[in-house]
Design a protein around this ligand. Structure first.
Ligand code: GLC
Length: 498
C-alpha cells in the first residue's frame, strides 16, 4: 500500500503544535507495518537547513499554469531513520520557485517554527495545487493509493482530486482521507480571496467551500474527501454537537450518517519519549527502576530556580497559552492553586495577555513559579520527567499528546474530561485501586481547583506517589494500535475507490 501524507508541520523540523508530532511519528509506525509511506510538506527554509543541502535534490518543476500562481519546485529528501530502526521516510518539499518581483516566495519567511503559518490563503492554495500537479503529472512513477491530508492547510487537495477525476474519468484517483486535528482552525477567508484557489465560481456554494459569506479550506475538505477522521473517538462525537462543532456540526452529522467520519486516537513516539533512554535527562528511570525520577525532579528545580523541596508537588504545563487550553481558568484560579503546597513549571507561548499574566505570577512567586516563553523541546522533556503532575484543563482537546507523554514519564495528568483527554486518562480511584490521573468534568474554576486539591492530596505520601507514577509508566500509548487502525481505514478506502 502506498500512502502520501501531506501536512504543513513535521517534527522535528517545523513544529507549531501536535500536528507536527503526528506527521513525524505516524509515518514511522506505518512503515514498520509495511506501508510505503511518504511525506509532503512546504519547503520552509529552516527545514532545508536542518536536512542539509546535500540531502535535498530537485525532483520536479511545475509550471505556473498548474499552480495558478507561480512555478513550483518539488524537492526530495529523506527523513532519516531513528536509531536502531530501518525507517527512513522519503520526504517531498514544495517550494515556490517564483521570480516575481514585489513578493517573497511563499514560505520563505519561515525561518523558525514560530513563523511557519502565514495567515493568508495564497501560500496554502499554492501548496495544494502544486501537490495535485505533482500527483497527477510530475511524480516519477510513484502514485499513492491514498492521499492522507491533515488540517486546513491541505483542505483543497481532496476537492482538487475530485475535480480532476471528474475531468478525466479514466484517471484512477487515489482515495482521499482528511484528518481534523483541530476543527477550530478552518482556514477561513473573505470572498475576495477566493480567486487565489483558481477554482471555478461553481465551488463557491454551500456544497462547496462557502461558509457564512466567507469560504474555508475546511469545507473543501469535508465536502470532497472520501473519508474524514478526527484524532480521538471522543472528539469525533463532540464535534457532532453545536457546542463543539464550530458551525460545521450539521455537515459532520451528515458525514457520520453516511459512514464517512470516524475517530482514531493518536499515539506518541515511544522511542523519543522514553525515560529509560532519554539523553536529555540527568538520570534514566522506568517503572521497574523509578528512582531516577526524583533526581530529574531536583535537577528541574535547580534548572528553573525553583526552591529545592521534595514535598511540594511540581505541576508542569507544556502548551500553547490560549483559551482553548484552559488558561482563562488557570488565570482565575492561580492564587487559590498557589495556596496549596505546589510549584508550577510552565513552558509555551501564545496570547500576549496570558504570557504577561504568567510572567507577573512568576515575579510574585519566584521560588515557586517558573514560566519559560517559547518552544524548547529539550526543556519540555525535562518538565515531563521532573514534574509530579501535568495540567491540561482544556476547554476542548481533539486528542492532546501532553497527557500521554506525561504518563510515559510517570507524571500524573490532571485533565478536563473532553475529547482525547477523556479517552486516555482514567481518573484515580482509591477504593478500586485504578487510574493514574485526575479528571474533572465541568469547565469551571471550582472544578479545576477541586481536582488539583485531590491530586495534591495523593502526592503527600511518597509511597503512593511512586505507585501511581509507576502505574502511569505502564500504560501503552505507542502508535502500534492506532497505526493498525489507520491501515484498516486505508485498506477499506482502497477497496471502495472508484
Ligand atoms: C492539535 C490538537 C491536539 C492534537 C494534535 C495532534 O494540536 O489541538 O489536541 O493532539 O493536534 O493531532
Amino acid at each position: 500500500m502506498k500512502v502520501l501524507l501531506i501536512s504543513a508541520e513535521l517534527a522535528p523540523y517545523a513544529k507549531a503544535g501536535g500536528l507536527a508530532d503526528v506527521a513525524g511519528s505516524l509515518p514511522k509506525a506505518l512503515k514498520a507495518l509495511g506501508v510505503d509511506v511518504r511525506v509532503m510538506i512546504p519547503a520552509y527554509p529552516m527545514v532545508l537547513e536542518m536536512l542539509g543541502s546535500d540531502t535535498v535534490r530537485s525532483q520536479a518543476s511545475i509550471p505556473s499554469a498548474s499552480t495558478g500562481q507561480s512555478p513550483a519546485r518539488i524537492l526530495s529528501s529523506v527523513i532519516p531513520a531513528s536509531p536502531g530502526h530501518d525507517d527512513a521516510i522519503p520526504l517531498y518539499l514544495v517550494e515556490d520557485a517564483t521570480g516575481a518581483k514585489g513578493r517573497k516566495p511563499w514560505f520563505s519567511s519561515a525561518t523558525d517554527s514560530a513563523h511557519i503559518y502565514a495567515l493568508e490563503p495564497e501560500p496554502y492554495a499554492f501548496f495544494c495545487r502544486a501537490a495535485l500537479a505533482w500527483l497527477t503529472e510530475y511524480s516519477p512513477g510513484w502514485t499513492p493509493d491514498i492521499v492522507h491530508c491533515n488540517d486546513w492547510h491541505t483542505g483543497l487537495i481532496p476537492l482538487l482530486l475530485q475535480q480532476r477525476s471528474t475531468e478525466v474519468p479514466t484517471w484512477c484517483k487515489p482515495a482521499s482521507l482528511f484528518t481534523i486535528h483541530n476543527l477550530a482552525y478552518q482556514g477561513d477567508f473573505p470572498a475576495d480571496k477566493f480567486a487565489c484557489t483558481g477554482l471555478s465560481q461553481d465551488y463557491y456554494g454551500i456544497d462547496g467551500v462557502e461558509f457564512y459569506g466567507r469560504w474555508t479550506f475546511m469545507k473543501a475538505a469535508l465536502n470532497f474527501s472520501d473519508h474524514v477522521n478526527t484524532v480521538s473517538p471522543g472528539y469525533c462525537k463532540e464535534i457532532l454537537t453545536p457546542e463543539y462543532g464550530c458551525g460545521l456540526d450539521g455537515l459532520l452529522r451528515k458525514l457520520m450518517s453516511e459512514g464517512k467520519l470516524s475517530g482514531i486516537l493518536n499515539g506518541i513516539d515511544t522511542d523519543i519519549f522514553n525515560p529509560e533512554m532519554d539523553k536529555l535527562l540527568v538520570a534514566p528511570y522506568s517503572a521497574r527502576l523509578p528512582g531516577g525520577k526524583l533526581v530529574c525532579r531536583e535537577a528541574l528545580q535547580r534548572e528553573l530556580c525553583l526552591q529545592i523541596s521534595s514535598d511540594r508537588p511540581i505541576i508542569g504545563m507544556v502548551t500553547r497559552f490560549a483559551e482553548q487550553k484552559g488558561f482563562d481558568l488557570v488565570e482565575a484560579e492561580a492564587e487559590r492553586i498557589l495556596e496549596m503546597p505546589v510549584q508550577l513549571a510552565l513552558l509555551g507561548q501564545g496570547e500576549t495577555r496570558y504570557e504577561q499574566f504568567l510572567l507577573s505570577l512568576q515575579a510574585r512567586y519566584p521560588s515557586r513559579v517558573s514560566v519559560t516563553i517559547g518552544y524548547d523541546a529539550a526543556l519540555a522533556q525535562r518538565i515531563y520527567a521532573g514534574a509530579d503532575l501535568f495540567l491540561m484543563p482544556s476547554r476542548f482537546e481533539p486528542c492532546g499528546l501532553g497527557q500521554m507523554i506525561a504518563m510515559r514519564y510517570g507524571t500524573l495528568p490532571i485533565v478536563r474530561a473532553t475529547g482525547g483527554l477523556a479517552d486516555t486518562v482514567v481518573d484515580f480511584s482509591y477504593s478500586d485501586g485504578t487510574g493514574c490521573g485526575f479528571v474533572f468534568d465541568e469547565y469551571s474554576g471550582e472544578a479545576l481547583t477541586h481536582c488539583i486539591e485531590r491530586a495534591v492530596e495523593q502526592m503527600q505520601s511518597p509511597a503512593n506517589r511512586t505507585t501511581l507514577s509507576c502505574r502511569a509508566m505502564e500504560q501503552d500509548f505507542s502508535w502500534k494500535r492506532s497505526a493498525r487502525d489507520y491501515i484498516a481505514l486505508y485498506t477499506y478506502l482502497e477497496s471502495v475507490r472508484q
